[in-house]
Ligand binder design. Sequence first.
Ligand code: ZN
Length: 296
Amino acid sequence: MCLNLCIKNTKKSMRILTFDIEEWFHLLDHPATRSEKEWVNYEIRIHENMEIIFQILDEYKISASFFVVGWIAEKYPEIVRTINERGYQIGSHTHTHQLAHQQDRTTFYQDVEKSVKTLEDCIGKKVELFRAPGFSISEDNKWAFEVLHELGITTDSSVFPIDHAHGGLLGYPSTKPSLLKYNGIILKEFPINSLNILGRRMVFSGGGYFRLLPYQLIKRATLKSDYIMGYFHPRDFDFNQPLIQDLSALRKFKSYVGLKSCRPKLEKWLNDFDFMDIDAATKRINWSEQKVSVLD
Ligand SMILES: [Zn+2]
């Protein structure tokens, strides 16, 4: 809960804070950062960057949900244990951080299964929460929701409502948390929020979008929204991270813009608005009265 006169979450508004826990070099869909074979060549910066996140959460006395890459949990189980000991909720962000729509069903199953097992071994409790790398569940791989259900995931936050570099599920029928129904299975879905700004549907609550946009615009958009899904990564706060070479100019811009201002901007946001984790939000929603979003 934020300390001073911030705008509190009410019955009508729900602002959620999440972090996707991966390294600075876990950039998707690029040959220099594709797999573990490449990752071992890079400097490890996750510990310092996690400290920044913990400091921010301590400062504002708020909780958050953490989607952790299984590879991180395998290499640095102490990070996952610390997240758990601090009482924060843990979900899977797959094991190998690949685009789900570039995997076949079996590969995706095994990737998520390995991450869930690794995380559960670290914390000794069930993992039921998931987010796909790059929000990469789109029209072509909606079977991913069935796989998640088969693996005991009950709650997902992979739906990205607009077209972006790694997919997006544009036809998704709800802009707020709802029960996602697909081929007979049901998941609780917490999509990324969006808002019409100057006639265009825009995302503003995380990653490169949050880093790029001026704070006053983010604040105004937050005031207009009754549901916010904030999403950040350790690398968003690391303005000394090395540059991955050979990125296109656009990719370079998207990956590195606003790194220096991200922490102060997030702190302003947390100072102005109250946030909660997905667990608290799940408990607040009366799911039996909630709209069902049917995908076909
Ligand atoms: Zn990710």
